[in-house]
Design a protein around this ligand. Structure first.
Ligand code: DI6
Ligand code: FE
Length: 400
């Protein structure tokens, strides 16, 4: 085995749970062996067996856990620039959806694309995230709405993790929209649930997601999808309370969901239920911004009840064509009044939690050596800058 790597000259934002904000360690050193963090602390406390090894110094730069984008739809065909133009001519997101646009138009483009084409268009998206220090990306299906295309999307998602040094976590989002020509219940019974079983049998599903909304599926329909997930032993998460309050968050909490996402219309009672269930609130300011939403998620209620908050890009061709996790952090501060420390926790520790991952998201012994080194002196700079990328080095599994 190669000798441990010793990194010095760092300011470490460890993001460890018991820290009040960044868990900062000044003049820090980190030791990595076999892809894992084995030691972190003040450089002066470095154990003697490490102190004698060659050091790689970072000149006082900030190191954070590698960022985690815990909510994306980066595998999809086509784009919806035309719809963007329609909305700017006055149509609402719901009107666009009801007029046959929206998700279903991306479904047509995704069905038409080959697996190779989908991979080629998704890779630059992954590269953009990697260039911003991302080490884990969640990728959803949901633009197939038929068996073959849902499986194709999930295979492409898995392939992204083979083609690039990044960890991919998949979510089966068969219950994303009702395909034209079917009613929602028939779709769930005859297509969505059998496809979930097939995808799980191929090892393509890490979690099961749904879109609980007036324009998609109601709580009873989502509950059937969640029951199927439970039978298969898969964790669940949910797009809930994005455009209206119809009970998705409470349902998610009832099923012990990893996360409830968007949650603009969630209430204090929902926050209480989420806290009791350990369900993470995933905030997605890119969608809020794009669709001109005015109802901000109840951030203060989440704080008051101790709900963990994560932040994602929701990168998708319709409601959030946002390819920057750093910009998502900035937006969650400016639009939702989260603090920069909460935003960074939202793309590290709490994003890991939203994906059910326990080996990343903080800098601590025993964690994977997924790190991001930034040319900034204050961690608040990561959320403060708009369209600025101060990444110096990303380290993935101990490899630069
Ligand atoms: N909520 C969203 O914001 C996206 N999906 C969802 O369930 C929208 C996806 C799209 O418009 O293509
Ligand atoms: Fe989404």
């Amino acid at each position: 085995m190669p000798p441990p790597q010793v990194m010095t000259g760092l300011t470490a934002a460890t993001m460890v749970d018991d820290a009040s904000s960044y868990g900062l360690v000044n003049n820090a050193a980190i030791v990595v062996a076999d892809g894992m963090i084995t030691w972190v602390g003040h450089q002066t406390d470095l154990p003697s067996d490490y102190a004698g090894l060659e050091h790689q110094t970072f000149d006082g730069r900030l190191v954070t856990p590698a960022l985690i984008d815990c909510h994306t739809h980066i595998v999809h065909g086509g784009n919806r620039a035309r719809e963007f133009e329609m909305r700017l001519n006055g149509a609402s997101y719901e009107e666009v959806a009801r007029a046959g646009g929206g998700i279903v138009s991306t479904v047509a483009a995704t069905r038409d694309a080959t697996e190779a084409e989908l991979l080629q268009t998704a890779l630059p998206r992954v590269d953009a995230l990697i260039s911003q220090g991302v080490g884990v990306v969640e990728v959803k299906s949901g633009y197939g709405l038929d068996r073959d295309t849902e499986l194709k999307m999930l295979r492409v998602a898995r392939a992204l993790g083979q083609e690039r040094p990044i960890r991919v976590v998949t979510s089966f989002l068969g219950a994303h929209a009702v395909p034209s020509g079917l009613d929602a219940d028939t779709y769930i019974d005859t297509i969505c649930l059998p496809t979930l079983e097939a995808a799980h049998a191929e090892g393509l599903v890490d979690a099961v997601d749904g879109f609980c909304e007036g324009i998609a599926f109601d709580t009873h329909q989502i509950a059937r999808v969640f029951d199927a997930a439970r039978t298969l032993g898969l964790p669940v998460k949910l797009h809930a309370e994005q455009l209206s309050h119809i009970g998705g968050t409470a349902l998610a909490a009832e099923y012990g969901a990893l996360s409830a996402d968007h949650v603009e219309y969630a209430t204090a009672a929902d926050a209480e239920a989420m806290a009791a269930a350990g369900t993470v609130a995933v905030l997605l300011p890119g969608a809020f911004y794009t669709i001109h939403e005015t109802q901000a998620p109840p951030v203060q209620a989440f704080r008051d009840h101790g709900v963990s908050m994560a932040v994602g890009t929701d990168w998708n061709p319709g409601s959030s064509p946002l390819g920057s996790i750093l910009l998502a952090m900035n937006m969650t501060c400016t639009l939702f009044r989260m603090t920069p420390a909460e935003a960074l926790a939202g793309t590290t520790r709490n994003a890991a939690r939203a994906l059910g991952l326990t080996d990343c998201g903080v800098i601590a012994p025993g964690m994977r050596a997924d790190l991001a080194v930034w040319t900034v002196s204050d961690p608040a700079e990561l959320s403060y800058g708009i369209g600025i990328n101060p990444l110096h080095t990303r380290i993935f599994g101990g490899v630069i």
